[in-house]
Design a protein around this ligand. Structure first.
Ligand code: NAD
Ligand code: ZN
Ligand code: ZN
Length: 368
């Protein structure tokens, strides 16, 4: 069938909205009509750096409706509202049944390597030339075909524009707090970067019962919305490293129990570790720098008991944990409604990225 997609062709250049051809779903696959997509900073990093190669459809956060199921699909049916994840959950492999990892053995980790995103077997430019996708759900395409393992049904009562941010910002931030860090009741938390992901770390920490939730950002205009997600204290990141550390230490009796890097910057990551409590502080690295720059820290920073973990999609299971998180939204426990600052028509997708570049959006979404 014919559809249309926003394709990145060249580093730092606007996406081109153009017609594409979408193949039929095979066995175990689902044809989805994407309805809305959130713009994540990872999309912008890949557009600007070209890290995964061109031409590429980078959208990986969004919501759609199932149009057609291939043979053997049992967990969704036409008409269901679904979000697609960038990683699968088969539900039966040793990793899917364990809480130690959310990287199902079916995940092809080579796709995370430079230039590693493969051409899509289902989406082609007119004339038949291939286009890469960051994930099969390709939310910057009006239609996509995805393996059933990647597709999570969500309650139809969640407004589609709100659901559009569940599959990356919400699950990543919420999961980083609840699963990667396992924030405990009464604890102290510091979050560097109050964007789409960082705000959801706040929301997760609030749900977990953290009592002091400190946000650090270069943009003080984020404070008002961050309060809705549980922020108790704000530190202006422009004050510089030693002042930020002193402020966090003063607010937390020596360092935060949990520290989160949600910017994607190695210097901020170093600061996040130093802001954690020297004896038991745990730092979760959520931001993904687009370049290979290393983090430099003295080994003695860890001698007294600090730890650092990386976190992909918040260590959340993209189907079973998504079902839980969607249910929390329905029960009114989440602040997700406040995340969406701009609703744009799909054709205006480049305006959404310009808003992100200028730091003027919380989460911009596009609607088909
Ligand atoms: P965003 O653009 O919405 O937010 C980034 C925030 O960081 C902004 O509020 C900005 O003002 C702030 N900031 C910039 N420089 C700062 C500094 N020096 N100190 C403190 N704050 C600063 O981005 P996002 O969509 O929330 O994504 C955040 C990061 O998380 C990106 O690196 C993205 O690639 C990454 N990400 C990782 C995963 C994962 O699974 N690990 C998933 C999604 C996004
Ligand atoms: Zn993302
Ligand atoms: Zn699995």
């Amino acid at each position: 069938m014919k559809s249309r997609a926003a394709i990145a062709y060249e580093a730092g250049k606007p996406l081109v909205v153009e017609p594409i051809e979408v193949g039929a779903p095979g066995a175990g696959q689902v044809l989805i009509e994407n309805r809305a997509a959130g713009l994540c900073h990872t999309d912008l990093s890949l557009i600007d750096s070209g890290y995964r190669g061109f031409p590429i459809i980078v959208g990986h956060e969004g919501v759609g409706v199932v149009l057609q199921c291939g043979p053997g699909v049992t967990s969704v049916k036409p008409g269901d509202h679904v979000v697609t994840s960038s990683i699968p959950e088969c539900g039966t492999c040793p990793r899917c049944v364990s809480r130690r990892s959310n990287l199902c053995v079916k995940e092809d980790v080579t796709k995370f390597h430079p230039d590693g995103s493969p051409p899509s077997p289902h989406l082609r430019r007119l004339g038949g030339s291939p286009v890469r996708v960051l994930c099969q759900g390709a939310t910057f395409s009006n239609h996509a075909v995805a393996d059933e393992d990647l597709v999570a049904p969500i309650p139809a009562e969640i407004p589609l524009h709100v659901a559009s941010v569940l599959s990356c910002a919400v699950i990543t931030g919420m999961g980083a707090a609840l699963f990667s860090a396992d924030v405990q009741q009464g604890s102290t938390v510091v979050v560097f970067g109050l964007g789409g992901v960082g705000l959801n770390v706040l929301d997760g920490a609030r749900l977990a019962g953290a009592t002091r939730i400190i946000g650090v950002d270069t943009n003080p205009s984020k404070v008002e919305v961050a309060r809705r997600f549980g922020l108790t204290d704000f530190i202006d990141a422009r004050r510089g490293g030693s002042e930020i550390l002193a402020a966090v230490q003063a607010m937390t009796a020596g360092g935060a129990d949990y520290s989160f890097e949600c910017v994607g910057d190695s210097k901020v990551a170093e600061l996040a570790v130093e802001a954690s409590h020297p004896n038991w502080g745990k730092t979760v690295l959520v931001g993904s720098p687009s370049g290979p720059e290393p983090m430099h820290l003295p080994i003695r920073s860890f001698m007294l008991g600090r730890s650092v973990v990386g976190s992909l999609l918040g260590d959340a299971k993209p189907r079973t944990d998504m079902a839980r998180i969607a249910q929390w939204y329905v029960e009114g426990k989440l602040a997700t409604d406040h995340l969406i600052s701009h609703r744009l028509p799909f054709a205006a997708i480049n305006d959404g990225f310009d808003l992100m570049r200028r730091g003027e959006s919380i989460r911009a979404i596009v609607e088909y």
